[in-house]
Ligand binder design. Structure first.
Ligand SMILES: [Zn+2]
Ligand SMILES: [Zn+2]
Length: 317
């Protein structure tokens, strides 16, 4: 079968690879749509958790061996560590992610544990189904904010989102669906800001203005982390889910003097994945574009090197 293989730092190739051989408890999925994630563009440039050769792809949907339309929850947990015991499967000590630690969805077919399959509602477009995983990240980030402010405190909250890539856009949509009073967004790209406006957000421009109850950082650079603290109201909360850099770069004393808060947000709980599936059908997702698998290497390389700018690219094997 054909698969997009990460073969060396900065290099991906469309190759003929052996058919996946499902282990006991695993199921073969015919991939119909698989989103290319920003973390994969970073990961291919500077290999970390992802080690070549690897078929990446953790945001995908398709048809299971049983003929059912499914989306894959790529978070695999051990089920017996302390975090799994506390119901925090997404931060399991022995966590593995399909497409990161084992072959993922940038292929015609992929074998996944049967426990990772989630049935799709009838008639959901494949492109939409492949956006459920990133949307689940957004649901979790919003729930982190709700946890800090309390459900009442978040109703009518002033929310800001830094970065309008797919995750930032989905965070803005989630906040608007989840009771935010207004959502202001910042990004350097006019096209991304236009997509955010179509989702109902107010556009600040390249940087935020004023202060907000919730600031979501979907970039994760030292500069955006600092901005998430600067533009946070006293007693507010910043939720960080961008991973662009390791440095924090924020004013730690402001945390103390104004009782500001910073929370990390990683992946999602199972119920948040289900919530994302239920609400994604209501949103404008026209900023995502599908490409045939034959163009995968070109599309991935173009995004990695900054020469190609669809807001979100989905491979359609
Ligand atoms: Zn992703
Ligand atoms: Zn565990």
């Amino acid at each position: 079968m054909k698969a997009l293989v990460f073969t060396a730092p900065g290099q991906v190739e469309l190759l003929d690879v052996p058919e996946p051989d499902p282990a006991p408890g695993e199921v073969l999925v015919q991939v119909r749509a698989a989103g290319i994630c920003g973390s994969e563009l970073h990961g291919a440039r500077r290999p970390g958790f992802r080690k070549p050769p690897l078929i990446m792809g953790h945001e995908f949907a398709g048809i299971s061996a049983g003929g059912e339309a499914v989306v894959v929850n790529p978070i695999l947990s051990c089920g017996h560590c302390a975090e799994c015991g506390r119901g925090l499967r997404h931060v399991c000590r022995n966590r593995e992610i399909i497409g990161v630690h084992r072959a993922g969805g940038f292929a015609e077919r992929v074998a996944v544990p049967a426990s990772a399959l989630r049935p799709l509602p009838p008639g959901l477009p494949w492109e939409t189904a492949a956006l459920i995983e990133p949307a689940a990240n957004a649901v979790h980030a919003w729930n982190q904010a709700l946890g800090a402010l309390g459900t009442g405190g978040a109703q009518g909250a002033r929310v800001a989102v830094i970065g309008c890539g797919a995750i930032g856009l989905l965070c803005a949509a989630t906040a608007l669906s989840g009771g935010a009073g207004r959502v202001e967004v910042a990004d350097l790209s006019p096209a991304r800001l236009a997509a955010a406006r179509r989702l109902g957000a107010e556009v600040a421009g390249p940087g935020l203005s004023g202060q907000h109850d919730v600031v979501i950082d979907a970039v994760g650079s030292a500069a955006t982390r600092a901005a998430s603290v600067t533009h946070q109201c006293p007693g507010g909360v910043a939720v960080w889910l961008g991973l662009a850099e390791e440095e924090a770069g924020f004013d730690a004393n402001a945390l103390i003097r104004s009782e500001k808060r910073v929370l990390g947000s990683f992946a999602y709980r199972d119920e948040e994945f289900a919530h994302a599936m239920a609400q994604i059908q209501d949103w404008d997702l026209t900023w995502a574009a599908g490409y045939p698998l034959a163009a995968a290497a070109e599309v991935f390389t173009g995004l990695m090197n900054g020469g190609l700018h669809p807001l979100k690219a989905l491979l359609r094997p």
